[in-house]
Design a protein around this ligand. Structure first.
Ligand code: PEP
Ligand code: MN
Length: 478
């Protein structure tokens, strides 16, 4: 039986960055199978994240979103997943304590397998083949066989996402990822690095504070609550995403079952395109990348399209302007959206506007440029009295050498030592922790956001009601 929604409005619209599958029948068979599988996440979990993102939009929490540029199937069984989760949670410890703000940790994980590409083909030594589009579409190896899109890979995407998510749920539920484990993760890191020592001192301070709280009886459960952790990925492959849409039995509203938070990338955010139509039809929190060419009217139109009912936490903008553009390009966008009365979360992706090719031929980014863009992001928000809501970074827990600079000052000639990414360069654990300390410092220096918000002044809420129970797609039930 075909469980797939057929009336999804996105199907009639142009969809950028979709692979050309050589065998449509094989694709349909895989999609039918996926449509009969359980969702990977539940609508109620997505709603819980939406409430947390509403805190971010209100200026009461900070989003920490990070993980690989592109996950690989081989990575699902390795130490890489705990390493990424630990790194994000270590960063969250630094930010929560040093910046005194609740942090919402969201992985670029358990579904981040599809990549948009600037060119559909790649040429090497006179041979032209389809570009690598992520493990869920084709193989990285430069052979005609590997580069041919294979729909069976969509099945593996579901399985790898499920295995990864299961591991994350086990890590967090078992207490492995709790605060009391934070010293254990740090053992090697502390021995070899000044950032590690700084982190260890911070943990000592936190323990003293928790000890006081416990002794004083203020909070019996302090430090023992399992940390929350959510999964996100770019909603790029609409056939896959649609096959995992399930109707929330509580409300009749469709939700993507592939991850808690989905984002639409810089190359697929056309207002009249299929990706935005798909995102408009699901109940998950949605993020949209905004690059240096984004105009205030684009941001306003995205708000109208994706958050017509002004649901707190529904919409996040991930800005990726580049260190040289952010201070000029971001203010009119934030200003226009704020004046419109809409309330979104503003999050800085300091990676994708700062990529360049090193003399060695490696695609890389410099740690200082990343810090510069985040600094510009904080400056812009300070100037406007708005909330710098978070960061979105590409990172791994492994000691890779993909980005330059940072704690151990990775030099261009070091890049080849451990250059392991299958797509964009990632911060290693030390660089990630370094960044967390920088961000915590920036956050501390930031003046409190300036209330009240224009919406509260104008009471312009009369035309907004709650979203309809069922929006646009019909789908199998959760
Ligand atoms: C990414 O996040 O890996 C990506 C491709 O980003 P963007 O859409 O901002 O270019
Ligand atoms: Mn990337």
């Amino acid at each position: 039986m075909n469980h797939r929604p057929t009336a999804a409005p996105w199907r009639a619209l142009p969809a950028a960055q979709q692979p050309e599958w050589p065998d449509r029948e094989a694709l349909d068979a895989v999609l039918d199978r996926l449509a009969g599988q359980p969702p990977l996440v539940f609508a109620a979990e997505c709603d819980a994240l939406r409430h947390r993102l509403a805190d971010v939009a209100r200026g009461e929490a900070f989003l920490l979103q990070g993980g690989d540029c592109a996950e690989v199937f081989d990575g699902a069984g390795s130490r890489a997943v705990p390493g990424k989760v630990e790194t994000l949670l270590q960063m969250a410890v630094v930010l929560t304590y040093a910046a005194s703000t609740p942090v919402v940790p969201v992985g670029r994980i358990a579904g981040q397998y599809a990549k948009p590409r600037s060119s559909p083909t790649e040429t090497r030594d006179g041979v032209t083949l389809p570009s690598y589009r992520g493990d869920c579409i084709n193989g990285h190896e430069f052979t005609a066989e590997a580069r041919t899109p294979d729909p069976q890979r969509l099945g593996r995407m579901y399985e790898s996402s499920a295995a990864t998510l299961n591991l994350i749920r086990a890590l967090t539920a078992s207490g492995h990822a709790g605060l009391h484990q934070a010293h254990a993760w740090n053992r090697e890191f502390v021995l070899r690095s000044p950032v590690g020592e700084r982190y260890e001192r911070l943990l000592g301070e936190i323990e003293t504070a928790l000890g006081f709280i416990r002794a004083y009886g203020l909070d019996r459960s302090a430090g023992s609550r399992p940390p929350e952790f959510y999964a996100s990925h770019e909603a790029l492959l609409l056939d896959y995403e649609s096959a995992l849409v399930r109707t929330d039995t509580r409300t009749g509203r469709p939700y993507a079952g592939s991850g808690h938070l989905l984002w639409i990338g810089e190359r697929t955010r056309q207002l009249d395109g299929a990706h935005i139509a798909f995102a408009a039809g699901i109940g998950n929190p949605i993020a949209v990348k905004l690059g240096p060419t984004a105009l205030p009217e684009d941001a306003l139109a995205l708000v109208e399209r994706l958050d017509p009912y002004r649901e707190p936490g529904r919409l996040t903008f991930l800005t990726r302007m580049g260190k040289d553009r952010i201070r000029d390009v971001l203010p009119p966008l934030v200003d226009a959206v704020t004046r419109s009365g809409a309330r979104v979360a503003w999050v800085c992706d300091p990676m994708h506007g700062n990529t360049f090719e090193a003399p060695t031929g490696h695609k890389t980014r410099h740690f200082d440029d990343i810090v510069d863009e985040v600094t510009g992001f904080f400056e812009v928000h300070r100037g406007l009295g708005t909330h710098p809501g978070g960061i979105h970074v590409e990172l791994t827990g492994d000691a890779v050498t993909e980005c330059l600079g940072g704690g151990d000052d990775v030099a261009p000639e070091d890049l080849h030592l451990r250059y392991e990414t299958s797509c964009d360069p990632r911060l290693n654990r030390r660089q990630s922790m370094d960044l967390a300390f920088h961000v915590a410092q920036l956050y501390r220096e930031q003046a409190r956001p300036r209330p009240p918000h224009p919406q509260e002044d104008t009471c312009d809420t009369t035309s907004r009601t709650s979203p309809p129970a069922a929006l646009t797609t019909s789908a199998g039930s959760a």
